[in-house]
Design a protein. Structure first.
Length: 88
């Protein structure tokens, strides 16, 4: 059985770094937030969907979104935490 959670991830920390690396920091913040809230184990890895990556980089490296709504899924038997954009 899969564990599924909907999260709103604040990306305010991405705005506290030099503007040329804000989008990279936003991706790192997503991975960090998901790791903490889904209680990631050592052998698991976080997989971010391409749609999230495109959303972060849509306005360039200097202006990522302030927050993002995602769905996190952990499948039994796999060592991957999937992060996908929340469909509304």
């Amino acid at each position: 059985m899969a564990e599924v959670r909907e999260l709103i991830i604040p990306l305010r920390a991405a705005w506290n770094v030099p503007r040329t690396i804000r989008a990279n920091r936003a991706i790192a913040e997503i991975k960090n937030h998901v790791s903490q809230h889904m209680k990631k184990t050592e052998n698991e890895r976080v997989w971010i969907d391409e749609e999230i990556n495109q959303l972060i980089w849509a306005r360039g490296a200097q202006k990522p979104p302030r927050k993002i709504k995602v769905v996190c899924t952990r499948e039994e038997g796999f060592n991957i935490l999937e992060v996908k954009l929340l469909e509304e």
